[in-house]
Write a new protein. Structure first.
Length: 215
């Protein structure tokens, strides 16, 4: 308990940093994932190719390697002066979006093809059909998988701590380097991660129940 009380500001900043990084990455990953899912089921071959390449690249690239690319390759090539938090956001969002894309695509495949054809017969474009007919129905089937994906994102955000980003793992690393006992530090950090992941799980369970009532 002394470790937590003596370093409460550090743990507080790390907890807030993890929550903000996870929330922002989840938001961007959700937007990117839905767009890529639309590309993957698009009737336009270049869009399908781009969506497939995106998913293949990021699902098969280790996240640590992706962090290294964002840190040491992206700035020199594109001449961007991004801060560490923004770099971590970029890496986590792109990586997670590939898994969101596949979850959304699997949900799209559960919607009857006849409904999409009926919408197209009414003069709706492909993207109008996707946005107004297919995605609202697919949402019910992807809530569960998305919950697991965002819980994994919370744990993946720990990698950012090794790249000078203020978050829970970074606090653990800092205190360990200062010579404090590792066991109590890991205990409090693990409990903080459990609070975040249980909150995400609870929110998605509530969402799932609301969508079940709407059926």
């Amino acid at each position: 308990m002394n470790v937590l009380l003596d370093h409460l500001p550090e743990f507080r900043d790390g907890f807030i940093g993890t929550v903000l990084l996870t929330a922002a990455s989840a938001l961007f990953a959700m937007v990117l994932g839905v767009v890529m899912a639309g590309f993957r089921v698009s009737p336009v071959p270049p869009l399908r190719f781009f969506g497939t390449a995106w998913v293949t690249l990021f699902r098969n690239t280790p996240l640590t390697l992706l962090f290294l690319v964002v840190w040491f390759v992206v700035p020199p090539v594109f001449g961007t002066g991004m801060n560490p938090w923004t770099k971590a956001l970029l890496a986590l969002s792109c990586y997670t979006s590939a898994f969101v894309c596949e979850a959304v695509r699997s949900g799209v495949s559960t919607v009857s093809l006849g409904q999409a054809e009926a919408a197209r017969s009414l003069g709706m474009t492909f993207f109008q059909t996707l946005r107004m007919v297919v995605l609202p129905q697919a949402t019910r089937t992807v809530v569960g998988p998305l919950s697991s994906i965002f819980i994994a994102l919370t744990k993946n955000s720990a990698i950012a701590g090794a790249f000078s980003v203020t978050e829970l793992f970074g606090v653990q690393k800092m205190l360990s380097d200062q010579g404090f006992a590792i066991a109590p530090i890991f205990l409090w950090v693990a409990l903080a991660y459990l609070v975040i992941t249980f909150t995400i799980s609870g929110l998605f369970r509530l969402l799932e129940r609301r969508l079940e009532v709407a059926r």
